[in-house]
Design a protein around this ligand. Sequence first.
Ligand code: HEM
Length: 417
Amino acid sequence: NNQEIPQEKGLDHTIALLREGYDFIHKRKDKYNSRVFQTRILGEKANCLIGEKEAELFYDNSKFSRENAAPSRIQKTLFGQGGVQGLDGDEHHHRKALFMSVMTRAMLDEIKELTEVEWNRAITRNQTDELIVYNEAKHVLTNVAMRWVGIPKQGTEDEWVDELSDLFEDASAVGPKHWKARASRTKIEEWLQQLVLDVRSGKLLIDQDRPLYQFSYHRDLNNQLLAPEIVAVELLNLLRPIVAISVYVDFTVLALAQFPQKVDILRQGDEGDDKQLQYFIQEVRRFYPFFPFTVARVRNDFDWNGYKFEQGTLTLLDLYGTNHDPDIWEQPEQFRPERFENWNGSPFNFIPQGGGEFDIGHRCAGEWLTIDILKVTLNYFVNKISFEFPEQDFTYSMNDIPSLPESKVIIKNIRKK
Ligand code: HEM
């Protein structure tokens, strides 16, 4: 009883995807009354999946592969070429282990401390003034990222902030912004390659705990050091997304403005209530848009729930839509951190940074780190400083990737408590 996957008619729907953004897949799920449908984007057939069981299917390594899955224009900006995102099987597992090896409790505690130190420094500089949270967060997190990874300062701070930001702010842009992002990637990759060579030659002495050291001396499955170009790409897979946490920082502070009735419970004790901070951050990551979907290709023909999946077909898993799926989340359009008290912890129903397993799957290597940085930041804004929100435009678009509040969130009359 094999059925064809429901198909959207027409030659190509890339324009609709760009226009509808985060809503593209879940709207069509409703239209075709199916959690699996097929459309055409960037000139090829593409399956779209949304939901918990569908996420479980997508993360079955025997059914999907990542080789040549990401469009090459995105690789040239966001991901870089030859990095962990495009690897499969043993090679992926081995490279991913390198990333997970720097995510120990001690390393996470260290980045939490760095985050608080840098926020303190930033706020001391800006007390009483107006501050644009997003812009300040990018500076804070660039400093945190460089210190944690072990990158010695080279060039000015503004240069690093701008170049790292280009990689994720304009990742899906077309035209001049795309080319600017590519130029930034080339420039930073060259800086990082030189650092790798300097570490290996002994010209640059750094602590063995630093990811720069660990990555420079990592050996592949054939016991060879990685090419400096690849090390640079992987170091950027740490630096770039740490700075990108600024997007979630901005939405976290926006949530304080939009849902003040959810804030009081966070004001418990000097250090805040860890559980309540966690629930709030989880709800920020569920509620606000960031990564719309992730992509893979069908590894071999297979049947699932009566549908035929054909080898090689590009397949999108809707991350945003699954986080707003009414079959999973009661009243998904309400911001309710307390819903996480009863969350069952499934690796497939709450997937802002991908689903499945960390080690053998492609789930985000930086998810724990992201949550920790956001918890420290939320606690800092709620329990360590006071501030007000001037009148501003808090709206955000559903088709910019990443999306941000129009005002980027402005605060004023900032005082340490
Ligand atoms: C993968 C989101 C922060 C490192 C991913 C994926 C998503 C994601 C959606 C792909 C999952 C998949 O394709 O199955 C995010 C978001 C972040 C964030 C929204 C918030 C800013 C971080 C941080 C780091 C990081 C802070 C590192 C310090 C990675 C790496 C991968 C990845 C290395 C590739 C994993 C693999 O292919 O096995 N992330 N991420 N991310 N992320 Fe993150």
